[in-house]
Design a protein around this ligand. Structure first.
Ligand code: FAD
Length: 453
């Protein structure tokens, strides 16, 4: 047995460490177009102290450590480009606390979105969290680490804006707390202490988040989604502006896709509504559909396609069926809402150039402060030619995002490079210094944000 493996077994036990090729294979790739890279070891720790010992070992041996939550972020963000230790965090799955009155929960880093949703449904049905449209095994912490957004993004912003506190194991092994929890006052606020921006958006290159305190929000008894459609993309920014003015809507997502062909070219808007009573629902529907969207219906510009109880989230993963061999990856971006028409048109052109049925989607963040706009490209996993096209389309889209004045969300290596080339030199220098200070041996998720080293 090699000495690193022996040391890992000593830390987490034989059942939770592996050098078996078939197990390492599972950890070598994600769902997207990134080339696989095999880790040398896979371990599944249970406590922050075990993680602490693992990073201390990695520093001594100068080997990489790659944290993995649900592994669903696509773009290769948890692919171990330089081998090393793959840290599978799913066993750290305790929901430590739910404070109902202060509306927050403290969870370990392996708690998944689906786990928290079903816990709240069973034990605290009047509370909810902002759940991303990702498959339910995606973790809360992994989503924070990349500034994700969920179905409460319209009223409350990015999921990373909903953090009340963090516990992090630094790349050199120290365990730190941030927020009120760091002075023993409970996990109810992040403010007004120095912030935790050092760990968000860095894709696990500055530390391993082990606990998160997450804000919860009122969950009304009736929740559902309405669908509105228009055939002119130019109308979307103005419609979203008017919808957000009502302050009555939860999620607002505008999307357009080539499949089914009869709706290609149409812009659909899903509008999530919630209410505690039929009376409240009726009132909201009247304000939204009669007063706000009514003018588009009366002018013949749009149509209301009904309200469904039970939330039907737009499911991007369905695009994996657009092609035989089911693969897909998307470029996400944070864009000003008024760029929606251009994002749609240019995305459609890129898809058509690469012979991929187009799928585009914009989720409203805040009171129309921004949108997360995504372009999804399907490919056949068994056909290298279609993967090549999807990859080219993804790179062209990364370029497009910056050309249109947006920022790339959860960029892969190509997008990270584009972003770093454009960063103001003092900001880039600061980023480099922060990274060197926190991770002097460059062990954390190497490859990612690497020129910053
Ligand atoms: C069909 C589909 C729909 C999606 N819809 C959405 C959506 O609506 N909103 C959205 O935000 N996202 C969406 N996503 C993207 C992604 O799945 C989510 O953001 C997901 O929450 C990421 O969490 P994860 O646990 O899978 O992260 P992972 O992929 O495991 O990790 C993400 C990154 O964070 C790092 N990391 C993971 N855990 C930690 C930790 N504890 N500490 C430090 N670093 C860590 C990893 O190394 C990696 O770089 C979607 C994905 C798919 C496939």
């Amino acid at each position: 047995m090699n000495s690193v493996y022996e040391a890992l077994v000593e830390i987490v036990g034989k059942d939770h460490s592996s050098v078996q090729p078939e197990e390492l294979f599972i950890y070598s790739w994600d769902l997207g177009t990134t080339e696989p890279h095999r880790p040398d070891y896979a371990v599944s720790p249970r406590t922050p102290e075990q993680i602490q010992k693992i990073v201390q070992l990695a520093n001594k041996e100068k080997i990489p450590v790659v944290p993995l939550g649900g592994g669903l972020s696509l773009a290769g963000l948890a692919v171990p480009f330089k081998g090393g230790i793959l840290l599978d965090l799913k066993r750290m799955d305790s929901i430590i606390e739910v404070n109902e009155k202060a509306r927050y929960t403290v969870v370990e880093c392996g708690v998944s979105q689906g786990q928290l949703t079903s816990y709240l449904e069973r034990h605290c049905p009047h509370l909810t969290h902002s759940e991303p449209g990702a498959p339910p095994t995606a973790t809360i912490a992994g989503n924070m680490a990349i500034h994700g957004q969920g179905d409460l993004a319209q009223p409350y912003g990015f999921n990373s804006d909903m953090i009340n506190g963090l516990e992090v194991v630094l790349p050199t092994g120290e365990i730190c707390q941030f927020g009120s929890c760091s002075i023993g006052s409970g996990w109810f606020t992040l403010h007004p202490l120095p912030d935790v921006g050092l760990f968000l958006g860095w894709t696990g290159t500055t530390g391993i988040i082990t606990k998160v305190s997450l804000r919860l929000f009122p969950c009304k008894k009736i929740r559902g989604a309405a669908l509105f459609a228009v055939d002119n993309e130019e109308l979307i920014p103005e419609i979203i502006y008017k919808l957000t003015h009502t302050q009555m809507v939860e999620d607002i997502v505008a999307f357009s896709q080539a499949i089914p062909p009869f709706s290609s070219g149409l812009q659909h808007i899903t509008i999530n509504l919630s209410a505690d009573s039929e009376k409240e629902l009726e009132f909201k529907q009247e304000i939204i559909f009669d007063d706000t969207l009514g003018e588009y219906i009366r002018k013949g510009d749009g149509g209301y396609l009904g309200f469904n109880r039970g939330l039907q989230r737009p499911q991007i993963s369905k695009t994996s069926d657009w092609r035989k061999g089911g693969g897909f990856e998307y470029v996400g971006s944070i864009m000003p809402i008024d760029t929606y028409p251009e994002c749609y048109r240019r995305g459609r052109q890129i898809s058509e150039k690469h012979d991929i049925p187009y799928t585009v989607l914009g989720r409203c963040i805040g009171a129309a402060h921004a949108m997360m706009f995504s372009w999804t490209y399907a490919f056949n996993r068994a056909d290298p030619e279609t993967i090549k096209h999807a990859k080219a389309a993804l790179h062209e889209t990364d370029d497009l995002v910056l050309k249109l004045g947006g920022t790339i969300w959860k960029p892969g290596l190509y997008g990270q490079k584009l972003v770093m080339e454009r960063l103001n030199s003092s900001t880039f220098d600061l980023m480099r210094k922060v990274k060197q200070l926190l991770d002097p041996n460059g062990i954390m998720n190497p490859g990612n944000w690497e020129p910053a080293l």
